[in-house]
Write a protein that binds this ligand. Structure first.
Ligand code: TYD
Length: 216
């Protein structure tokens, strides 16, 4: 039997703490002797990083929601082919800081792109690869905005997705919660307004259930 890794993803709106928790989980897994590959989207490949520049920071480039979705999906297709599938085949744990649920939440629920179309693009881009478990870090929109504002002071690059208003972030949060409610076998809803260590411990316990003992 070929070794099969474990694929986990983290999702959430801005200021939800998902990137901190993705890194904490990767560190914990490594300290337990696991091979871990941590990815971020968009990015994680040379192509993905270039696409990231256009998607996030090219203020002069206007992008319709469908165009955004196709670009995120193109970057994802490359990440899956170049990084994620080989890592899983080698038995690693892949921790993804965002995966296709971000496209459904942002381009779909947030910007109104057709959800069925987004799902079709996603299946094509990933060849149906789905995370075994997805941790949705959820915080009230006001909390996320305050954290984001605190972090942004100092970093002054324009960001397409942080320039949107309150209503967008309300739709985004509601969309994520709807996605999680529709697939409780995969999603774990993680309230994000608690101490970092408390959240990290909860996530570790959830992942521990999925780990087969390493034979090394
Ligand atoms: P990033 O700086 O990586 O921040 P974050 O910590 O929020 O992940 O920015 C990625 C941005 O891209 C973020 O605002 C969400 C957005 N995004 C989409 O709109 N659709 C997608 O499919 C993905 C992967 C990200």
């Amino acid at each position: 039997m070929s070794p099969a890794g474990l694929f986990l993803s983290f999702e959430g709106g801005e200021g939800s703490g998902k990137s901190v928790q993705a890194r904490a989980l990767a560190d914990w897994l490594r300290s337990n002797g696991r091979e871990v590959v941590l990815t971020r989207e968009p990015g994680g490949t040379l192509f993905g990083e270039r696409v990231r520049e256009v998607l996030l920071h090219a203020k002069d480039v206007s992008l319709a929601p469908a165009a955004q979705a196709l670009l995120f999906s193109a970057a994802r297709a490359q990440l899956v082919a170049e990084v994620i599938r080989p890592a899983l085949a080698a038995g690693a744990v892949v921790v993804a800081d965002r995966f296709f649920d971000s496209t459904l939440a942002y381009q779909g629920y947030g910007y109104g792109a057709d959800l069925a179309g987004l799902m079709a693009i996603t299946r094509f881009a990933t060849a149906d690869l789905r995370p075994r478990r997805t941790f949705l870090l959820d915080v009230p929109v006001d909390v996320g905005s305050a954290r984001r504002a605190a972090r942004r002071s100092g970093a002054n690059r324009w960001d397409r997705f942080e320039s949107d208003g309150r209503q967008f972030h309300d739709r985004l949060r509601a969309g994520y919660l709807e996605l999680a409610a529709a697939d409780t076998a995969r999603f774990v809803l993680v309230p994000g307004e608690r101490a970092l260590e408390v959240i990290a411990a909860e996530i570790q316990a959830s992942v521990a259930e999925l780990l087969v003992p390493s034979r090394s």
